[in-house]
Ligand binder design. Structure first.
Ligand code: NAD
Length: 324
């Protein structure tokens, strides 16, 4: 298949590109390199530098006749989205509308869109399934909710067929070692703890140790990026052989606390991680865990590499190369 991967130089996209190339697809990566790295793009893929905010860039890339689009390009920092929502409107909403309109113009009808657990907002029950109400509590989550709604409309009005995949916390690096650059900036817990292990950070802040969890720190569902990649390929296969759309959570049904993460990093890296307990952040739930039964049922997917030790070992294999 001839596939366009928008945002394919990024953390998750580059893993999917590697798997798509390994299966002999003809892959084009379209990315403005805001946060992505060319070095992480599989050599078999064709890289085209461009921006989803430019209709001209999009029209140029769509001169190639694609069978399928994956859309990873977005800004993704929830905290930042509350400070500069206008950047998130432009990139995540307007940019995605440009992409969808270009698909319509060029008669490309199948897309997989990266959505997020942030669309659910504060969990009303656990584990969170796809029927949970959609009430984002940050602007980032809201931008994804808007695009999910537009996809539903474009599906009805324009015959666009889509897969919406709501990831929980993507983590880990390629187990086969095909990814060589780590994320440059990230606000996520696991990379931050590993940055402590390699001496790039002094210490980490743990936001609250008085939650209703066994050790008092927040519990999150981490999903290995290789498991995410497998889900994307299976979702593509589903959309290629069925007429309906997909809306799936991608999580493990299990969670790890902040202190469990720190202890596991200490075990794997044999480094002491300094941390301090500070106040809770607004809106942080004690626990956020997904159930992915629908993904099992619809695309026969379940996580294989998403236990904490496998995730952190795969990250350490990469991070250790950047030690001070
Ligand atoms: N990382 C996670 O834990 C997580 C969780 C849920 C959802 N998501 C979603 O998954 C997707 C991929 O996330 P990621 O972690 O790989 O992020 P990332 O920042 O590593 O990747 C995004 C890629 O898109 C590119 N990009 C950004 N704006 C662009 C634009 N205007 N035009 C062209 N390219 C642009 C960036 O250069 C980068 O290569 C995002 O949509 C994100 O919202 C990520």
């Amino acid at each position: 298949m001839k596939i366009l991967v928008v945002g394919g130089a990024g953390y998750i996209g580059s893993h999917i590109v590697a798997d798509l190339c390994a299966k002999d697809n003809e892959v084009f990566v379209f990315d403005n390199l805001y946060s992505g790295s060319v070095k992480n793009i599989d050599k078999k893929a064709t890289f085209i530098k461009g921006d989803i905010n430019s209709e001209e860039d999009l029209n140029n890339v769509f001169k190639n006749k694609f069978d399928f689009v994956f859309h990873f390009a977005a800004l993704k920092a929830a905290g930042e989205s509350m400070e500069v929502p206008e950047n998130y409107s432009k990139n995540n909403i307007s940019g995605t509308i440009n992409l969808l309109n270009a698909m319509i113009i060029h008669d490309v009808k199948k897309i997989i869109f990266s959505s997020t657990a942030a669309v659910y907002g504060y969990p009303e029950y656990l584990p969170v399934d796809e029927k949970h109400s959609i009430m984002p509590i940050n602007y980032y989550g809201y931008t994804k909710k808007v695009i999910e709604e537009i996809l539903n409309w474009y599906g009805k009005l324009k015959g666009l067929q889509f897969g919406i995949l709501r990831y929980f916390n993507a983590a880990g690096y390629d187990i086969q070692g095909r990814i060589i650059e780590r994320e440059k900036t990230t606000a996520n817990l696991l990379p931050i703890v590993l940055e402590c292990a390699i001496g790039k950070r002094e210490a980490i802040k743990v936001f609250g140790d008085d939650f209703d969890t066994p050790d008092g720190t927040g519990i999150r569902d981490y999903i290995h990026v290789n498991d995410l990649a497998t889900a994307h390929l299976k979702a593509m296969e589903y959309l290629s052989t069925n007429d309906d759309n997909l809306l799936l959570n991608l999580g493990t049904g299990y969670g790890y606390s902040v202190l469990e993460v720190i202890k596991m990093v200490e075990k794997i890296t044999k480094k002491k991680i300094k941390y301090s307990i500070v106040d809770r952040r607004d809106g942080d739930p004690a626990k956020l865990i997904a159930i992915s039964n629908l993904a099992k049922k619809k695309i026969n997917w379940e996580a294989k590499y998403s236990d904490l030790e496998t995730i952190l070992t795969s990250m350490w294999e990469l991070y250790r190369k950047f030690q001070d």
